[in-house]
Design a protein. Structure first.
Length: 489
C-alpha cells in the first residue's frame, strides 16, 4: 500500500461514536481529480487511517472535510499503487453509489497507460490538452499545434470562447469535453435594436453611379468655363429673349432626344451564372437533379464568391448550351442514343470549354458501363483515365481524397491529360457512378458527413468548370521548395 495504516478502522456516525459522518473535501489542484466538484450528499461513515509520518512519502489525492486522507497513491517501479481508504461497497460510504465514484475510477485507470519515468506533473494529471476541436461546420478537426493547455481548475468552469474552444480535451489519458451548448442554454429569436434592419444578399440592388457623377462633374465644369469666358468678355452677350429661347431649347431636347430605357431580358441565360442539368423525362430523376443543383448553388453562394442563380433544365437537342459552364447529365432508367442534333450540340459545347459530368447513378457497376456507352454513343469522347490524387479536381477549392455521392466508393473518370492538352490540360468531360445529385439534395438518405463531402466534391467540380487548372501548379510546390533550399545552401 502507498502508506502505513493504523490498526483497525475509524467509525463515524455510529451509536457508539462521538463523530458524525464526514463529507468529501475539495480535491487538491495537483490531484488527477482536480476540477471535480464532490457532491454534498456523499457521506463517509468509516475509513482506515494512515500513519501521519508515512504521508510525506505518498501523494494525497483526496481528503475528507477534516483533511484526513481518503485516496492516496505512490509510484512503485514502473507502476502506481492507489489506495481508497473506504470499501467499494456502500456500507462504509455513499461514494460507490454516486457518479463521483465512476469519474474517480475513470481518471485513476487512465494511469495504467502512462509512460515509463513519468514525472510529478504526469502523475498529478497535468493540464487539459486539446485533441479535436469543432470547426465552423460542426465537425471535429485536429487541434492546432499552438493551442494552449488549460489548467484543471479553469477547465472546470470553462465556457466556449476563442481561448477555450468547444471540443475534446485530454488529461493524463482521460478525455473531457467543452460543449458548444450548455444544458441550461436557451435559444431565443434575435432582437435587433431600433434603427437596424435585416437584409439578405439580394435584398438591395446596387446601381453604379460613377458614370452619372462623372458626367455631372463634366457638365458643371463646362458651365463654369462658359461663365468665366462670359465674365471676361470672350463671349458675346445675348439679349434676354435669346437666353430664354436657349433655355427652352435645352429643356425640350432633354424630352425629345432622350434614349429609351430597355428592360433587361429576363429569359437571357447569359445574364446570370446558372448550373444546368439534362432533362431526362423521368420526374423522380429530374426532381433530384433540380434539388441537388439548387443545394449545391446555395453552398457555393454561402462559402465562395460564386453566386449561381436557380438551376436550369436543358434539352441537349434544342437549347443553347454555351451559357452554362457546368452541366450535370444523369443516366435515365433506359438510356438511348442521342439524336444527331443533340450530338452536334454536345460536341460543340465540349469544344468551346464547357464541362459535362455524366452520372450513371450506380448503373455502371451493375451493367459494366453500358449506360454510359449508350448515352455517349456518337459523341467524340476522348480517352479517359481514373481521377487520382494528382488531378486538379482534388484541390480546386477543398482538398479531397475521394468523391462520395450516394455511395462512399464512387468511381470517377476524366479526360486524360494528353487528350486535353489542346485546352491547356483542362478536362471537358467527367464520367462517374456516384448519383451525386441525390446526395447533394439529401434525398439519398446518406449521413450528414457524407453529404458534406459530396457537396465539397460538387464545389470543386464547379471551380474546375469556372477556373480550369489554375490550382494545378500546386503539384510543383515540392520541387520549387527543394530548388529554393538548394540555392540557399
Amino acid at each position: 500500500v502507498p502508506v502505513r495504516l493504523r490498526p483497525g478502522s475509524r467509525t463515524l456516525g455510529s451509536a457508539l461514536a462521538w463523530e458524525t459522518p464526514l463529507s468529501i473535501g475539495a480535491f487538491p489542484a495537483d490531484s488527477p481529480y482536480a476540477g471535480i466538484s464532490p457532491p454534498a450528499d456523499v457521506q463517509v461513515r468509516r475509513q482506515v487511517l494512515a500513519e501521519p509520518a508515512s504521508l510525506e512519502e505518498a501523494r494525497v489525492w483526496a481528503t475528507l472535510s477534516d483533511n484526513s486522507p481518503l485516496i492516496t497513491a505512490q509510484p512503485r517501479g514502473r507502476g502506481l499503487i492507489v489506495l481508497f481508504h473506504v470499501s467499494a461497497t456502500p456500507e462504509w460510504s455513499d461514494m460507490p453509489l454516486s457518479g463521483l465514484f465512476v469519474e474517480i475510477l475513470r481518471r485513476t485507470l487512465a494511469f495504467a497507460a502512462r509512460t515509463d519515468g513519468a514525472g510529478e506533473r504526469e502523475i498529478s494529471g497535468g493540464p487539459f490538452v486539446a485533441r479535436r476541436l469543432l470547426d465552423g461546420y460542426g465537425s471535429l478537426a485536429p487541434a492546432p499545434q499552438d493551442m494552449q493547455p488549460i489548467a484543471p481548475e479553469a477547465f472546470a468552469i470553462a465556457q466556449p470562447s476563442p481561448a477555450t474552444p468547444p471540443g475534446l480535451y485530454e488529461r493524463a489519458g482521460v478525455s473531457a469535453a467543452i460543449d458548444a451548448v450548455r444544458p441550461d442554454d436557451s435559444f431565443q429569436p434575435l432582437q435587433l435594436p431600433s434603427g437596424i434592419s435585416r437584409a439578405g444578399l439580394g435584398a438591395v440592388i446596387e446601381r453604379p453611379l460613377a458614370g452619372w457623377l462623372f458626367g455631372f462633374a463634366g457638365l458643371m465644369l463646362a458651365i463654369d468655363l462658359m461663365i468665366a469666358l462670359l465674365l471676361v468678355g470672350k463671349l458675346p452677350r445675348l439679349p434676354r429673349r435669346a437666353h430664354a429661347a436657349a433655355a427652352a431649347v435645352v429643356i425640350a431636347g432633354l424630352f425629345i432626344f432622350g434614349g429609351d430605357a430597355h428592360a433587361q431580358n429576363a429569359t437571357d441565360p447569359t445574364q446570370t451564372l446558372r448550373l444546368a442539368y439534362v432533362r431526362t423525362g423521368d420526374s423522380q430523376i429530374d426532381r433530384a437533379s433540380e434539388q441537388g443543383l439548387r443545394a449545391l448553388s446555395n453552398i457555393l453562394t454561402a462559402r465562395t464568391s460564386v453566386e449561381p442563380g436557380p438551376p436550369a433544365a436543358v434539352d441537349l437537342a434544342r437549347d443553347d448550351l454555351s451559357a452554362y459552364p457546368f452541366i450535370y447529365w444523369p443516366a435515365p432508367p433506359s438510356p438511348r442514343r442521342l439524336p444527331d442534333a443533340a450530338l452536334s450540340n454536345v460536341d460543340r459545347y465540349l469544344a468551346i470549354g464547357g464541362l459535362l459530368l455524366v452520372d450513371t447513378r450506380d448503373a455502371g457497376a451493375d451493367q459494366r458501363g453500358r449506360p454510359a456507352q449508350t448515352m455517349l454513343s456518337g459523341i467524340d469522347v476522348p480517352p479517359l483515365e481514373q481521377v487520382n490524387q494528382e488531378h486538379v479536381l482534388t484541390r480546386a477549392f477543398y482538398l479531397l481524397r475521394s468523391f462520395p455521392g450516394r455511395s462512399q466508393s464512387a468511381q470517377l473518370w476524366a479526360e486524360s491529360a494528353s487528350a486535353a492538352s489542346s485546352r491547356d490540360g483542362v478536362a471537358a468531360i467527367f464520367i462517374g457512378d456516384g448519383d451525386w445529385a441525390s446526395a447533394w439534395s439529401g434525398l439519398a438518405g446518406v449521413s450528414d458527413r457524407q453529404r458534406e463531402l459530396s457537396l465539397r466534391f460538387g464545389v470543386n467540380m464547379v471551380m474546375v468548370a469556372l477556373t480550369g487548372n489554375y490550382k494545378a501548379d500546386q503539384v510543383h510546390v515540392p520541387a520549387l521548395l527543394e530548388r529554393l533550399g538548394e540555392r540557399r545552401r
